[in-house]
Design a protein around this ligand. Sequence first.
Ligand code: ATP
Length: 444
Amino acid sequence: MKTQELNDLQTLVSLAKRRGFVFQSSEVYGGINACWDYGPLGVELKLNVKKLWWKSMTSRNDIVGIDAAILMHPKVWKASGHVDGFTDPMVDCKECKYRFRPDKVEDPSQCPSCGSKNLSEPRNFNLMFKTFMGPLEDSSSTVYLRPETAQGIFVNFENVQTSMRKKIPFGIAQIGKSFRNEITPGNFIFRTREFEQMEMQYFVKPGSDDEHMEEWKQRRRNFYLNMGFKEERLRFHQHGPDELAHYAKDAFDVEYKFPMGWEELEGIHNRTDFDLKAHQQMSGKSLEYFEEASKEKYIPYVIETAAGCDRLVLAALCDAYREEITTDEKGKEDKRVVLGFHPQLAPVKLAFLPLSKKEPLASLAMQLRNDFAAEDWICQYDESGSIGKRYRRQDEIGTPLCVTIDFDSLEDKCVTVRHRDSMQQDRVSIDGLEAYVRDKLKNF
Ligand code: ATP
């Protein structure tokens, strides 16, 4: 048997549409550039990514969560530096009208689309989406769609610290939508203009920041490994002096090897006291922390872990995809497409398949489906097509276990459990099925 990994994104885009993971937004109207909708399986996969991340953060005693509003006081973005500095350079090709970011192409002196050197000067373009609050559309009512979730955490630092009586070091976690008017979005859900971020800001005593940065790097790496990501497709990239953001003392990207190459999944940044200081100055409100033990007052430093939920979903799909190709004696090839998700990520955990649509098999299978779904497992029921075809359908969406109910089940009160990866089949009693499933999904 030959195993083939994913080597082009288009294969995944087709599978994602065919199997209900991701659809193009507004497709009936011809779509809208770089906007995507999550379908029934995509939304489950994305929820699983968020649940794992949320648990990895808020199950710690030193981290709590918040959910801040997308619209914030415009001064927030002035203080944070986004109004003046959140820009990307943009160049227009005068020949073919292609627009690109010169910092993201190999040779910025020529158009990546037509090769022309007849280009505009680079212009800085602010990535924040503007809108108006209330009925008046003038500059006094301008607000922004947040370009990052972090600022919602910084401006709530004091509220959270005092209401939860947290002592430094502690962190605040948040998952939410962010918006950036990207010049060149693309690569499916990798870079879009509306996306979800999973950010955690960890407030530490100045001087202990390097040590905490190191710890968070290791924790974040372990997070991806525990999610089942292939180790050889993960690496860290440290920002050089010319890559560092205006607020950062040190920064690492967690990179993943996508079909289009190594790209950032998550940023881990030492943001120093830049943001809290800036908000203290702009608001006139003290954001100093008083340390009981040492009787010291200081503005904490911040270690931030900023991951993109949609990028993690894309990486999870790429990581899980494989084709198993077998050739029979006559040389005929058979291809099995599998999404080998870790069970915690798999959008559907169990599929219940009656061997025949006839009663009482169908009702027994549906009854089992409903009982297991009530236990918080996402389950499917499928009675159409040959059992082989039904297994293949489940393989293609990554369902770890299929439960087949056959005529013998009525007599021996047992079912057949078929495993996605090994295709091994076990006969299991219906009474013992729940314990069996629990064990198999836990010790995958
Ligand atoms: P990039 O260099 O790819 O534009 P960035 O360094 O600006 O990303 P951060 O501001 O550090 O990104 O944002 C943290 C995370 O948010 C990124 O690692 C990425 O996973 C996600 N993210 C940022 N921009 C987008 C986008 N346009 N679409 C999808 N996810 C994004």
